[in-house]
Design a protein around this ligand. Structure first.
Ligand code: ZN
Ligand code: MN
Length: 267
């Protein structure tokens, strides 16, 4: 039994962890094409792995992953036309997060971290958290941090990973960051030999609906993952986990179980 995983704890163990003011993590992803070299569950797998690695540092609890996400957009995820890309309406995702956050709060959870791994989820997660906060009322001490894990990649780390310049997070779909992190966390799910060698996508400064499938390379990638490596994955994973742990310690200050030594180590 893994003590960090909420679904593996008994209610008695869980209650004790809550009384110890453990942070509860909600990883959020998507079921979405990620080129020929990465699995459909990439966003959910990565948000889960990131949440678990942070939870290990600070004695947190990882709730079951929200494995479906908001609709894939051509300019950030390739679009809805790929087989396997299976998405929620925005309202469904918001209501799902609202229910989960409100339920955790009802049980006495006051510290929640929503770890997002799918670009298109951002505002719908924000909406769900906002509605949950409204539901529990102003007397509650519930506090929620929402984050995209890639935002913890600082310019110095990005410079080490992208020797020829960083193309921006939106074009990083199924590209260097996700492929390297998957090679680090889930090496048996990555096919490095199948990485497409395509030029970075160029998009107009607007969206069109219905979505235009011809805006995106047939492989589904928005820029090439050719320079991905397990070493880059390890570097980024380490930096992200330390960055998130430090932010949580700062924003949830009564967190006593974090040894400063661990957090202050340089990547
Ligand atoms: Zn992704
Ligand atoms: Mn995605």
């Amino acid at each position: 039994m893994h003590p960090l995983i909420m679904g593996s704890l008994s209610w008695i163990e869980y209650q004790q962890r809550l009384q110890d003011e453990a942070i509860v993590f909600i990883p959020c992803g998507a079921l979405e094409q990620h080129g020929p070299h990465l699995p459909l569950g990439t966003d959910a797998l990565l948000s889960t792995s990131v949440a678990q690695s942070v939870a290990e540092k600070i004695d947190g609890i990882v709730a079951p992953t929200v494995s479906y996400g908001y609709k894939s957009q051509p300019k950030s995820g390739g679009g809805q036309h790929f087989p396997g890309t299976t998405s929620l309406d925005g309202n469904s995702l918001s209501q799902l997060i609202r229910d989960i956050v409100r339920e955790l709060a009802r049980q006495g959870g006051t510290k929640i971290a929503v770890v997002n791994g799918h670009y298109e989820n951002q505002w719908f997660l924000t909406e769900g958290i906002d509605l949950a906060i409204r539901d529990v009322g102003s007397a509650s001490t519930l506090r929620v941090m929402r984050l995209e894990y890639w935002e913890f990649l600082t310019p110095d780390i990005l410079a080490k990973v992208f020797l020829e310049g960083f193309p921006g997070f939106a074009l990083e779909h199924a590209a260097v960051i996700e492929t390297s992190l998957m090679a680090h966390y889930h090496p048996n799910l990555v096919r490095l030999d199948l990485i497409p060698d395509v030029a970075a996508a160029e998009f107009p400064p607007y969206d069109l609906f219905p979505q235009c499938s011809d805006w995106v390379h047939v492989s589904g990638v928005l820029s090439s993952a050719k320079s991905a490596s397990v070493e880059k994955g390890e570097l980024m994973a380490d930096h992200i986990a330390k960055g998130i742990a430090t932010a949580l310690k700062q924003e949830f200050p009564s967190l006593v179980s974090v040894p400063d030594m661990v957090l202050n180590q340089k990547a």
